[in-house]
Design a protein around this ligand. Structure first.
Ligand SMILES: *Cc1c(COP(=O)(O)O)cnc(C)c1O
Length: 235
């Protein structure tokens, strides 16, 4: 069995290799370690070898870990799961980023409940394949959504996040990634703060890097197969 440190290293190597092949700068892609369902001891193992960005999907579980690991205060916590309006306050309080924003009502609540002196970084989640089983706005809704968020002073829009449909052919997958890259590159021209295309997971890191992703979200390839979760909306 490989250790978390070894798996993390091999994921970093894959990402680095992919950036070289795509003729991109080696440090142009960040790695978000997705630690959902995994114990804090696993997060600490990754932290000890230099990992600083962690992603959580479930509010209760995520908050507990953040509180337990409060001393590791240079961890950047990203919320990447479905968010209900009764949980926006704790998320705005404890997380640094929310990548799964896809409703204006949720954005408004995050803005209103964000602690004073804090700026919450957000990504808009785009359902690039119009998959009925996936969250996210339609790409045609993006411009209006961006304009609305620009009026929320406590939120800083950093970019876009997507989870493409599973089980696609390589051509379909490439097509989805390309559409996201086009949306991201267009959005970047309108705002200097837009620097994040969160796209790619354990199974499609290379393709994502090849299509301008700036942040890969990796769970299984670092921490192994997921454990059961107590929270109901597990994926
Ligand atoms: C679970 C999850 C991941 C990580 O998926 P792996 O295939 O385990 O790497 C990435 N992004 C989101 C939004 C997730 O829910």
């Amino acid at each position: 069995m490989e250790t978390i440190a070894e798996r993390l290293k091999s994921v970093q190597t894959t990402i680095k290799q992919s950036t070289l092949e795509a003729h991109r700068a080696p440090n142009s892609v960040k790695l978000l370690a997705v630690s959902k369902t995994k114990p804090v001891s696993d997060i600490v193992q990754a932290y000890e070898v230099g990992q600083r960005l962690f992603g959580e999907n479930y509010v209760q579980e995520g908050i507990e870990k953040i509180q337990e690991l409060q001393k590791l205060d240079d961890i950047e916590w990203h919320f990447i799961g479905p968010l209900q309006s009764n949980k926006t306050r704790v998320v705005a309080t404890h997380f640094d980023w929310v990548q799964s924003v896809d409703r204006l009502k949720i954005a408004q609540r995050l803005n209103d409940q964000c602690p004073a002196d804090k700026e919450l970084y957000i990504c808009i989640q785009v359902n690039i394949d119009d998959d009925p089983n996936k969250a996210g706005i339609k790409s045609a809704e993006l411009n209006d959504f961006v304009d609305a968020i620009a009026k929320m002073p406590n939120l800083l829009l950093r970019g876009l996040m997507t989870i493409p449909k599973g089980q696609q052919t390589p051509e379909q997958q490439q097509n989805s990634f390309r559409k996201m890259a086009d949306l991201f590159n267009a959005l970047k021209t309108t705002s200097p703060n837009i620097d994040t295309l969160s796209m790619g997971m354990s199974g499609d890191m290379e393709q994502a890097v090849n299509n301008d992703s700036t942040m890969i979200r990796v769970g299984t390839a670092i921490f192994g197969k997921r454990n059961q979760t107590k929270e109901s909306n597990a994926t």
